[in-house]
Design a protein around this ligand. Structure first.
Ligand code: HEC
Length: 222
């Protein structure tokens, strides 16, 4: 009895719905890439007007997006570089470049140690003097055995990686006198490698590499 009522309600609503107008189902529209008689080339999907640029993809700044001006590599960063940019560049460098160039940028990354073609060291005379635009070109288009990294690094991130490479290059020849006196105590104290005596005898107390004058005695430890 109960189920009979259910069925008749169902049938009634199907009949009622069938009576609805169908306009929204039959819209005058074309399916993507369908043929159309309306246009002379019979393409329903219209080609883009020449010079169309997707929103957010307008790249008229030649230096910023090619690293060149009139075909010449630029030697000034085309975007402002702050400390945060260098730090971000370091993270990208460590992800994308160290497998071949190594963390130090000397070209001896793990992939190279396992037999890949020797990657370039950033400390060669050529690359120390190379303009930043050259690095941009190498990352964008690849170089010799090195593939392009354009699909993994947005143009501005390429500049940030290059800023970090410049910092690496600077650090290679940096002297303690390059560090402002009030910042020297912030330098990390690196212990001498085990089993190797520090060159030139024991470190002088008060220099950045010397251990603290009085190491606090540890309690309860061994
Ligand atoms: C898959 C390994 C590999 C990775 C990853 C890699 N490189 Fe290279 N790179 C090379 C090799 C190999 C060379 C030397 C090319 C040659 O001699 O054929 C090179 C050369 C270079 C050069 C020197 C070009 C010149 O003018 O001599 C630069 C600069 C450079 N790479 C930057 C980078 C940067 C920046 C990254 C990260 C975005 C990177 N590379 C990632 C393998 C790599």
């Amino acid at each position: 009895m109960k189920s009979k009522i259910h069925i008749s309600v169902g049938v009634a609503s199907i009949l009622a719905l069938a009576g609805c107008r169908n306009d929204m189902h039959d819209q005058p529209r074309y399916k993507p890439l369908a043929a159309a008689d309306f246009f002379s080339d019979h393409r329903a999907s219209r080609p883009q007007v020449d010079g169309t640029v997707a929103r957010g993809h307008l790249r008229i700044d030649e230096a910023r997006y090619t690293g060149k001006i009139a075909g010449e590599d630029i030697d000034q960063f085309p975007i402002p570089i702050a400390k945060a940019d260098i730090e971000w560049g370091q993270t990208r460098f460590n992800i994308y470049c160290t497998p071949c160039h190594g963390k130090l940028g000397d070209g001896n990354g793990m992939v190279v140690l396992r037999g890949y073609r020797q990657a370039a060291t950033y400390y060669s005379d050529k690359l120390m003097k190379a303009p930043v635009g050259h690095f941009f070109d190498v990352i964008t288009n690849g170089f010799g055995a090195m593939p392009s990294y354009a699909s993994r690094l947005e143009p501005d991130d390429r500049w940030r990686v290059i800023a970090y490479i410049r910092a690496l290059q600077l650090s290679e020849s940096a002297k303690i006198t390059d560090v402002p006196t009030d910042k020297r105590q912030d330098l990390p104290v690196e212990p001498a490698p085990r089993g190797i005596a520090p060159a030139g005898g024991a470190p002088v107390a008060g220099t950045p590499n010397a251990p603290p004058a009085a190491a606090p005695a540890r309690e309860g430890g061994r």
